[in-house]
Design a protein around this ligand. Sequence first.
Ligand SMILES: NC(=O)c1ccc[n+]([C@@H]2O[C@H](COP(=O)([O-])OP(=O)(O)OC[C@H]3O[C@@H](n4cnc5c(N)ncnc54)[C@H](OP(=O)(O)O)[C@@H]3O)[C@@H](O)[C@H]2O)c1
Length: 264
Amino acid sequence: MRPIDFTGKLVVVTGASSGLGREIARTLALSEGADLVIAARRQDRLEALKAELESQCRARVHVVVVDLSTPDGPERLFREASARGEVFGLVNCAGITFYGRTMEVPLERSLQIVAVNQIAIMKLTLLFLGAFLPRGTGAILSITSVAAFVPWPFQNIYSAAKSAVQHFMEGLAHEYKGSGVSFSTFAPGGMATEMLALSGLDRKHGMDSPFNMHPALSARKALTAFKRHKLCRVPGILNRMGMIIFKHAPRAFSWWAAAGNLAP
Ligand SMILES: NC(=O)c1ccc[n+]([C@@H]2O[C@H](COP(=O)([O-])OP(=O)(O)OC[C@H]3O[C@@H](n4cnc5c(N)ncnc54)[C@H](OP(=O)(O)O)[C@@H]3O)[C@@H](O)[C@H]2O)c1
């Protein structure tokens, strides 16, 4: 398969107001020549990114302010993005987590984690896939996590939601092989983004930990893999080694190692 050429194509990026999503949007516009629909809740951040990108390149950037944890949020984003032009690509990047034992997480927060990290991604993917399949072209990238592959204590609901999306994307890739639609996942380890501070994870892994990958580097790796139709990419040699060990070691070892490493 030839690498994807995003030049002049319209790509929807969720979670574009911060962290990895913002860097993916920047790279898509500045280095790949894509037009964008950027989505998140914070309008000021999205408008600032639109102004920055439109002043630096020829990309057309559309802003959609949306809360993806609401039942109608994903469908509204689909409708508003589709009204801006023929959408070629979808990057599911919006995500939230919480650091702590499962029952310490307020129920409302747990439901929001599932809504943003799992339900919204499934809804958006199904809606856009419904438009891509009849055209025989399109590309979907979902950001998962190393926590998608093994139970990740103290981010349990997040880990379960990421694992569901990882399975979902891999299942779609098999079902729709040869359809012309490309399916990719990108599963980072730690990145120094707002997510760490918002979830309390910064208490465990400081923002300046040398193991945190810079989101701009992570974005470049994600897009390189996406362009090459990689079904699953874990960036960073240490993360990849960790995943190999976790995948092949007895489950009890994974639990023990993860719990020891991650406990507050
Ligand atoms: N940081 C890490 O260590 C790490 C590790 C592995 C995987 N990841 C994954 O990487 C992706 C990006 O995370 P990040 O680290 O870049 O985090 P981040 O800087 O906190 O960005 C999260 C993005 O999600 C958006 N978002 C959150 N709740 C939303 C909602 N209800 N509706 C719409 N948008 C919402 C936020 O925008 P608004 O607040 O403006 O809505 C923001 O743009 C996530 O999928 C995350 O799970 C991160």
